[in-house]
Every structure is written in C-alpha cells, then in structure tokens.
Design a protein around this ligand. Structure first.
Ligand SMILES: N[C@@H](CCC(=O)N[C@@H](CS)C(=O)NCC(=O)O)C(=O)O
Length: 232
C-alpha cells in the first residue's frame, strides 16, 4: 500500500517544509512508495479530523501521525526489513543532537533571512495567516522590519556552518560513506531555503556545495526541484 504524505506547498505547489523534506528522504531511504498530497497552511487543521497542527503528516493504511521524528521511528518499526533510518539507538540519539543544533544554529538563521520570502511565495490564501502567526513571534516587528538588512546576517550563517564543513571534509555525507538522517535534516533545510530565498546563502567556493549536489542527486534526484541559486 502506498503511504500518503501531506506536503506543505507554496503558490507554485513546490514543497516548502524542511520537516516534510526530511520525511521524503526517510521514505526514499527505506525504499517505500509514497504519494504526496499538497496542502496549504490553512488546510492543515482540517486534515485527519483536525488531529494535527503541523506537517509532516503521514497516513499508512489505518495509521496516521505527525511529528517527523515519530514518523521516522514508525517507519523503522513498521518496515524492519527495509534499510534502517536509525540503525542503533546511538545513531538516533546523535540524529536528535544534530536536529537540535541544525534547528537552533542554522534554520533559525535561515528563517531570519528568508521569512519574508516564505510569505511572498506562500499561496495568497495562506499569506495573512503566515504573516500574523510569524509576526507574533517577532516581538512586534513586521516581516519587512525583521528582514531589513538581511544580507548582513549571511556571514554569520556561513560561519555557523563550520561544524558541517569539518565533518564533510572527511566523508561525503554526514553519515560517512552513506547518507543518514542528519543529512536528510540538513538537506531539508537547504531545500526549504532554496525554494523561497531570493539571496544566495553560500559562497560559490563553499565545500558544502559539493555535499549539497550529492544530496540533491540522491534517490533519483528527489531534491532536484526548482530552486533559487543557493550559492553565488
Ligand atoms: N516538530 C515538528 C515541526 C513541524 C513543523 O514545524 N511544521 C511546520 C511547517 S515547516 C508546520 O506545519 N507549520 C504549520 C503552521 O505554522 O501553522 C516536526 O518535526 O514534524
């Protein structure tokens, strides 16, 4: 049976959730067939009887669930004969550590640069909700005020990526010779940024570009979607 994945999309139906992207990669890693169902922000509370506030959400037969880590765990448990997303509890723990680091240090910085771009790319019907909900988190600033002079934040983002560069100078993937859930977390973040962000985030000679190219090529080019240039 094909798994259904609810996918948050922008006005041109491109997938814009970094959390949905990591689950797309996790499903591909396990070699599981899945179909995506595009939804806007306003649709999420109406799905699955209103049980969930965020995507990713999957439906697999009678099972439905959200929360990306819970979904990854479920996939390993439900499909033990397929390649493991987390081969050991220790690998899962390190993936959680990476998730925390990447969210705090990298995605928060990307958000500070691209939040107005996300708004501008969202479906028109989603824009008022997106603006109101995000501005509520910005201490009284509008999206425009928050992102004013955003180019000045790019060097700090590049600097924060040093631990990834260090790891990737020794191996092709964060998982070593093969991609791991940490790679999928990071790829999801960069694809999210590239889908909306109108300023390139990486320098042209950044070694991360090589990893990014390898990552986007995985699973028959799963991540080879229309993106703004991520480097310049
Ligand atoms: N902890 C959640 C986070 C998921 C999340 O934040 N999803 C966002 C999209 S990237 C969402 O659905 N937001 C709905 C909203 O803002 O109303 C997970 O890992 O799945």
């Amino acid at each position: 049976m094909t798994i259904r994945l609810y996918d948050l999309v922008e006005a041109k139906d491109r997938s814009i959730s970094p959390f949905v992207w990591r689950i797309k990669y996790a499903l591909a890693h396990k070699g599981l067939d899945f179909e995506t169902q595009p939804v806007g922000f306003g649709d999420i509370p109406k799905l699955c009887g209103g049980k969930y506030k965020t995507v990713p959400i999957i439906e697999d037969g009678a099972v439905s669930m959200n929360e990306s880590l819970a979904i990854a765990d479920y996939l390993d448990k439900a499909y033990p004969d397929r390649p493991a997303i987390f081969a050991t509890p220790q690998e899962r723990a390190m993936a959680r550590f990476f998730d925390g680091w990447f969210g705090l240090e990298i995605m928060n910085r990307m958000f500070a640069i691209n939040v107005l771009d996300i708004h501008n790319h969202a479906r028109t019907s989603d824009q008022p909700y997106f603006r109101q909900s995000r501005e509520a988190r910005l201490g009284g600033k509008t999206l425009e005020q928050f992102t004013e002079g955003r180019e000045a934040k790019i060097p700090e983002l590049r600097n924060a990526l040093r631990p990834m560069r260090a790891a990737l100078s020794a191996a092709p993937f964060l998982g070593g010779d093969a991609p791991s859930y940490a790679d999928y977390i990071a790829l999801g973040g960069f694809i999210w940024a590239g889908t909306v962000c109108t300023v390139p985030l990486l320098a042209a000679d950044d070694k991360l570009n090589d990893w990014l190219a390898r990552g986007l090529d995985l699973y028959n080019g799963l991540g080879r979607v229309e993106l703004y240039p991520l480097s310049a």
